[in-house]
Design a protein around this ligand. Structure first.
Ligand code: TYD
Length: 213
């Protein structure tokens, strides 16, 4: 079901909070740019004016899981239509900090929301000409939730998700594992329990294997 319009390259980055993906996204963007690629660096929820406003609500306000899922997909719709598809159509590389796998992991596995409904929303929001937009590659930064919690404890003030107990992140992690198992070609699991340098070396190795660098 994975298909991209245009000639660009769409890559997403996933993992539980505290897995440490941010610096690697920036590093990969730099590596691709230095190879002459035009890179659009973006994130979810967010990436447009409207979607960033929705992000503020999603990350900070209490709501039921259906409301949360609808807001996440509303933000995604705006982002896909106004940023991601146009960039891909121009042949750009789109690096997106989280995409729909996060919804299956957080709202689905984490909050226990119905996966079939999420699949329906995914199809509605990401379809064009009967093709469902998906990343060509998804980096999954995998780290045990207890280690991630230790890393988060020394970071900034936690948002709604970051302040969830370790058991929530065990469920989110299993949600990512299920998505990876269902689409092994798309996913590259990165062992995040290593030094930053070693993790980045894996990130670069995957991009080279796939012929992107
Ligand atoms: P995150 O990507 O970790 O950004 P930051 O590095 O600024 O903290 O935060 C986004 C949060 O939103 C994260 O806790 C996961 C959550 N999220 C969902 O619950 N569902 C989704 O579909 C997406 C994209 C994110």
């Amino acid at each position: 079901m994975s298909a991209n319009q245009g000639v660009g390259l769409f890559i997403s980055f996933e993992g539980i909070d505290g897995a440490g993906k941010s610096t690697h996204i920036a590093g990969l963007a730099e590596a691709l740019s230095s190879k002459g690629c035009k890179v659009t660096l973006t994130r979810e929820p967010g990436g447009t004016g409207l979607a960033e406003k929705l992000r503020g609500l999603i990350l900070n306000d209490a709501m039921d899981a259906l409301t949360e899922s609808l807001l996440v997909f509303a933000a995604r719709r705006d982002h896909v239509e106004t940023v991601i598809r146009p960039a891909l159509a121009k042949g750009e590389v789109v690096l997106c900090d989280r995409f729909t796998d996060a919804t299956f992991a957080y709202q689905g596995a984490g909050r226990g929301f119905d996966l079939q409904t999420l699949s329906t929303l995914e199809t509605w929001v990401q379809s064009q000409a009967e093709q469902v937009l998906q990343p060509e590659l998804t980096y999954w930064f995998d780290l045990s939730p207890s280690l991630a919690a230790e890393r988060l404890a020394s970071a900034r003030v936690p948002d709604k998700f970051e302040s969830q107990p370790v058991a929530f992140f065990e469920a989110v992690r299993s949600g990512y594992a299920a998505r990876a198992q269902a689409d092994p070609q798309r996913f590259a699991r990165i062992e995040a329990n290593q030094s930053r340098e070693a993790v980045f070396a894996e990130v670069i190795a995957v991009a080279k294997e796939r012929g992107y660098l």
